[in-house]
Ligand binder design. Structure first.
Ligand code: SAM
Length: 170
């Protein structure tokens, strides 16, 4: 079965408890990320949160034109953003360069190698730049870095306690 289908089933299942289980960890991570990249955020208007989940990023991007996309309808039900789209990051229903900036926070490690490549190509197609984070201990770390190096220009790398965060430009 495709990893994205497994991810949908898994996150649908844990959606009720996601914030309780991971909310404070993700919120702290997102607080640091949005602080470290505040200049980039300031000059970006149309923003996509790809793999948005319950919408922990929303409160940090008030006054932005924010769209939330996720493969799990149940995670999105919890997300209070008013622009929400159910879909996979590997095939997104957006026009070329529709966004100034894409956030992709703790998502890529849920995909297989083929899907990681497709996801990065899709982010590149629809946006000018992206802030991408993934868990340092992920078994997909090398694969993600390989495709980011191949398909993007890495502008900045920040290491957090558990995550690596990259600003990439297309
Ligand atoms: C660990 S959660 C992170 C959610 C959110 N970014 C946060 O920081 O709280 C991973 C999210 O990615 C979503 N996801 C996994 N695979 C996806 C795919 N192929 N396309 C879109 N979303 C996906 C999951 O449904 C889940 O909501």
């Amino acid at each position: 079965m495709k990893k994205e289908i497994l991810a949908k089933n898994y996150y649908d299942e844990i959606s009720k408890n996601y914030d309780e289980l991971y909310g404070s960890e993700q919120e702290e991570k997102i607080r640091v990320i949005t602080q470290k990249f505040k200049e980039i955020i300031l000059c970006s208007e149309r923003i996509l949160d790809a793999g948005a989940g319950t919408g922990i990023l929303n409160n940090f991007l008030k006054n932005k034109d924010l769209t939330s996309l996720d493969v799990s309808p149940k995670m999105l039900e919890k997300n209070k953003n008013n622009k929400k789209i159910i879909g996979s990051i590997t095939n997104m229903p957006f026009k070329n360069k529709e966004f100034d900036l894409v956030f992709c926070i703790t998502v890529l490690q849920d995909l297989n190698e083929n899907e990681i490549e497709k996801a990065i190509k899709e982010i590149k197609r629809i946006s000018e730049k992206a802030i991408i984070s993934f868990l340092k201990r992920s078994s997909k770390k090398e694969t993600i870095i390989k495709f980011l190096k191949k398909l993007t220009k890495i502008d900045k790398i920040v290491e957090l306690k558990k995550d690596i965060v990259l600003l990439v430009i297309f």
